[in-house]
Design a protein. Structure first.
Length: 225
């Protein structure tokens, strides 16, 4: 329960941990678990229901009035520890071992192309500022802090969504750069990364030589390209 917003010893933390193990429970079971009154139990449950972490259903067992059973919502499952980074790192390690680093980078690039499809905003004919704004807005929506550069030729990421994996596989940074290139339709330079100890990952549009301020255009690829 350490990864939740509730400590393992708090009433709410105990309720969530109990439901994770047992699936569902009644108010009476929570009274016995917490050693508090029915009113106090209901207050904690009401608080958890308001946060969409616990839901209830009425169940009839034998004669008499039905009673309420409480259970975790899907949102509550997100509070518990996940091992996505560990699994991802082990999968990449196994691919590199069996297929070699070049094949691993090919696969990462394909993942980058699929990510580009998810992040792509305006159509391919949109101007660079519109594409940049749309990409930054999409990243912010996913909880990644972003800052547009003052001259409008790139942006900084202040959190790496793949940091644990990237620390072992530098190709993840190349994947991210490739994704940005495909979303923006421009060649991108990745100047410094959080992986390398920087405060941010700095993505800058590369200007085409001999074309003044006009950035070089890239073919916008699909995952199957």
């Amino acid at each position: 329960m350490a990864a939740t917003r509730f400590t393992s010893e708090s009433p709410a933390g105990k309720i969530l941990a109990y439901l994770q193990r047992h699936g569902e429970a009644t108010v009476k079971q929570f009274e016995e678990l917490l050693g508090i009154s029915t009113t106090a139990v209901r207050e904690h449950l009401t608080h958890l229901e308001a946060k969409d972490l616990v839901a209830t259903k009425l169940v009839r067992r034998g004669p008499g009035r039905p009673h309420a059973l409480y259970f975790l919502t899907n949102a509550a499952q997100d509070l518990f520890p996940k091992e996505y980074d560990t699994l991802s790192t082990m999968l990449l390690r196994e691919i590199a071992s069996q297929e070699g680093p070049d094949r691993l980078q090919v696969l990462l690039n394909a993942v980058g192309a699929r990510l580009a499809e998810e992040y792509r905003g305006p159509d391919a004919g949109a101007e660079l500022p519109e594409r940049l704004l749309a990409l930054c807005a999409a990243l912010e929506q996913r909880g990644i802090p972003v800052e547009l550069l003052p001259d409008g030729d790139g942006f900084k990421l202040f959190a790496c969504p793949y940091l644990d994996v990237a620390q072992e596989h530098a190709g993840v940074c190349s994947m991210e750069r490739r994704m940005v290139e495909q979303v923006l339709g421009k060649q991108i330079a990745l100047e410094g990364t959080i992986r390398e100890g920087g405060r941010s990952c700095h993505f800058t549009v590369v200007e085409a030589s001999g074309v003044g301020s006009q950035a070089s255009e890239l073919k916008i690829l699909t995952p199957d390209s």
